[in-house]
Design a protein. Structure first.
Length: 284
């Protein structure tokens, strides 16, 4: 691809990306779940600290560290090293009360936001129009169906010219090279993940590779690549696998963000439950 063509392609891609918007509802719900766990942990601590007396603690700095004082009845009392546990307990309790309050407030703010948050309303503005009006309008943010159609137009499969020795037919009626690739493709189909088999990917180094799949997270409108390594117990195959993984990393691909890997060997066959978990975690 010539430089001018690359620039035009990058410009079109950037314009399409600017007209998309990600739905973070699931991530926000996960954040609430994490906050709930922290709140429960903080409350467990506070229950244990119920009978700890709270003091006003003052500190001063000395060459050899800090000195601590407590205030009682308006008088400041120096705390000796052997009595530091008392200060430590009251400061810990004070911290736990404060952080518990912050956690509850953060949870409340996210829950309040979630009640109002509906990113799909942007797309529904177009979807609610009559078919006649839709014919006259170019939506600012494409619907999922429009985006998927455009995505398929931009991503093409079947670009690996290496001959297929064995073929397996997917549920979608495509030929793939291995039984495991058929299983992976059929799982994509099961979860309605848009995909292409064996696309051509040009890396920043100018080197071209053919990942097994290019896939789309529709909700986040994020394109990722998926490589399956099926013979990692073979020494030569394992070496080629590591080399290929390094090529991706050297080109700026980050596992989980840009590319996903799956592997199997004679001792560890393909784990479909793990595949489904990965699909749910990264592609839905």
């Amino acid at each position: 691809m010539y430089n001018s063509e690359k620039m035009q392609y990058a410009c079109r891609k950037r314009q399409k990306e600017e007209k998309t918007i990600e739905d973070y509802r699931n991530e926000l719900k996960e954040q609430v779940e994490k906050l709930d766990r922290l709140i429960a942990f903080a409350e467990k601590r506070l229950k244990k600290e119920k009978n700890i007396k709270k003091y006003v603690v003052c500190t001063t700095m000395r060459k050899n560290g800090y000195q601590y004082y407590i205030k009682e009845e308006g008088k400041r009392k120096y705390v000796k090293s052997k009595d530091l546990d008392t200060v430590r307990d009251t400061v810990q309790k004070s911290y736990d009360e404060s952080v518990h309050h912050v956690l509850l407030n953060q949870r409340y703010q996210i829950e309040r936001f979630l009640k109002l948050y509906d990113i799909t309303a942007i797309v529904r503005t177009f979807e609610k129009m009559s078919e006649a009006r839709k014919q006259l309008v170019e939506p600012l943010v494409p619907t999922d169906e429009q985006y998927i159609e455009e995505w398929y137009d931009r991503h093409h499969g079947g670009q690996n010219t290496f001959p297929m020795q064995n073929t397996y037919m997917t549920a979608r009626g495509e030929k793939v090279r291995s039984k495991s690739e058929k299983i992976i493709a059929d799982l994509f189909d099961k979860y309605k993940i848009p995909y292409r088999y064996e696309p051509m990917l040009e890396l920043e180094s100018g080197q071209s590779v053919c990942p097994d799949f290019v896939v789309l997270n529709v909700r986040r409108r994020k394109t990722l690549y998926w490589e399956h390594f099926g013979l990692v117990s073979d020494d030569e195959y394992a070496k080629r696998t590591l080399k290929k993984m390094n090529i991706y990393e050297e080109s700026g691909f980050i596992i989980g963000r840009d590319i996903l890997f799956s592997m199997e060997s004679e001792e560890a066959p393909l784990n479909t439950k793990m595949l489904e978990r990965k699909i749910k975690d990264y592609l839905l």
